[in-house]
Design a protein around this ligand. Structure first.
Ligand code: HEC
Length: 108
């Protein structure tokens, strides 16, 4: 009798845990490439592009056209940088446009 009660309690508790987890999984939507690439920026520029500023500026809400222009110049070596040039070598100009557009759309 005791063991049966424990099983029943376990099943009920399990239902309460499983239901919200399942609901959360169903709401997950696939993310765009730009969104995925932007997560690499957040390692240095702060979660969701919300850094405190200074040498590593916050990226959320950064005007997309200005960011794209700066990043292309850094990649080409005409704008000075330390780490950014290396990071950008893996991205094409079209990738940079997509990343800048995505980051510019985030709430600062
Ligand atoms: C390893 C750390 C690091 C990562 C990762 C990183 N950044 Fe930076 N970022 C910096 C630093 C440091 C600077 C200051 C310039 C420099 O020294 O390279 C900077 C500067 C910038 C600037 C200002 C450029 C300017 O000319 O004023 C922009 C815009 C920027 N990063 C965007 C990005 C984007 C977009 C990504 C992701 C694709 C990214 N960063 C990933 C460290 C990082």
């Amino acid at each position: 009798m005791k063991i049966r009660n424990i099983t029943l309690v376990g099943a009920i508790v399990g239902l309460f845990i499983a239901a919200p987890v399942q609901a959360e999984q169903q709401q997950m939507k696939p993310i765009s490439k730009a969104e995925l690439w932007a997560t690499t920026c957040f390692q240095c520029h702060g979660a969701e592009g919300q850094s405190a500023g200074g040498a590593i500026p916050p990226l959320a809400g950064y005007p997309a056209d200005i960011m794209a222009q700066q990043l292309k110049a850094i990649k080409a070596g005409t704008r000075p940088s330390t780490i950014m040039k290396r990071h950008l070598m893996g991205y094409s100009d079209a990738d940079i446009d997509a990343i800048a557009t995505y980051l510019g759309s985030l709430k600062p």
